[in-house]
Design a protein around this ligand. Sequence first.
Ligand SMILES: Cc1cc2nc3c(=O)[nH]c(=O)nc-3n(C[C@H](O)[C@H](O)[C@H](O)COP(=O)(O)OP(=O)(O)OC[C@H]3O[C@@H](n4cnc5c(N)ncnc54)[C@H](O)[C@@H]3O)c2cc1C
Length: 366
Amino acid sequence: MNDIGVRDAGVTDVDVVVIGAGQAGLSSAYHLRRRGFEPERDFVVLDHAPRPGGAWQFRWPSLTYGKVHGMHALPGMELTGADPERPSSEVIGAYFDAYERRFDLRVRRPVDVHRVSEGEDGRLLVETSAGNWSTRALINATGTWDRPFWPRYPGQDTFRGRQLHTAIYPGPEAFRGQRVIVVGGGASGTQHLMEIAPYAAETWWVTRRPPVFAEGPFDEDRGRAAVAMVEEHVRQGLPPLSVVSVTGLPVNDAVREARASGVLDRLPMFDRITPSGVEWDDGRHVEADVILWATGFRAAIEHLAPLRLREPGGGIRMDGTRAAADRRVHLVGYGPSASTIGANRAGRAAVRDIVRLLEGVPVAAG
Ligand SMILES: Cc1cc2nc3c(=O)[nH]c(=O)nc-3n(C[C@H](O)[C@H](O)[C@H](O)COP(=O)(O)OP(=O)(O)OC[C@H]3O[C@@H](n4cnc5c(N)ncnc54)[C@H](O)[C@@H]3O)c2cc1C
């Protein structure tokens, strides 16, 4: 290593690398800043998306800011005066941009992190499309948007219509006059159906399990109970549960209306896909032009594979925000912190823990 912390072969030394500049990564970077870490000297934030906004920049234009209900502001700067009719991708993109400038976070983009592996001297090596970093600690805040989950069903490749996923949902006008099957019992699926139904010739909703509609306000107690369930899951090293599987589908006036009009009448999962639609073993079939998979996302953590953190259960065993098997690695926005408020809290907790690590405080003393 030379004097300015640059190792041979273009490896730069820092104390902390943050991967991802969504809500989770920016919250973490903010707390690093507050604890006296200097951007570029002590930490870097790397993001492979072209613009500020995290996953929000890719969300469909009809997801206006007014339709996003549970968005919490980032720490230290409110989001005020936003037009509820504007797409959330624009509103939140502009807000994140202003936030990065205000706190001088100097996000490097587009930088794709290919892999994180064991480095020299007890450090981690972060290999990217724009050079390599050697770091004492890692905050992985890569979200899920980059890993849409497409289930496989027999006959899927024979379907002559269009298959789409929420990740590339273009908005409802694209389905004008078409027969559309929406698969998936989460919030995205119901939102897609309610938007598409007025344009489509016909819609069907197919889910694996009967959906549970949760009437009543989503208060703090319910939120806490949901987070505790997801937390317990990842503490055991199981893959994180989806939020809706824990909380149920929130009911508002639009959902009530859609249920009353039959738009949210649900069919059980079909058994196979045919060239012209889908079929059930009991002889039912539906002819369709489009299958829209609103089947969710998985944690985008393949680049961590060389660290061998995954348990046989398929998830990473967690202790708070820290990977139980590697004290240097924190996952923020993963499992119980996969919400805007959860990401805020987890960013702070991860930084507190990393400060202890860098100061040499043993885990048990924390
Ligand atoms: C349609 C939809 C609506 C939602 N609405 C709400 C809501 O109203 N309220 C709420 O609390 N939550 C909502 N959520 C959940 C919400 O997305 C999260 O709470 C939060 O925004 C996720 O932030 P994040 O920072 O974890 O991930 P992201 O915003 O996905 O940020 C991750 C970042 O990491 C980058 N990245 C990924 N892999 C790499 C790599 N290998 N190298 C470099 N960079 C990488 C990506 O480019 C991205 O910028 C919604 C989710 C969806 C899908």
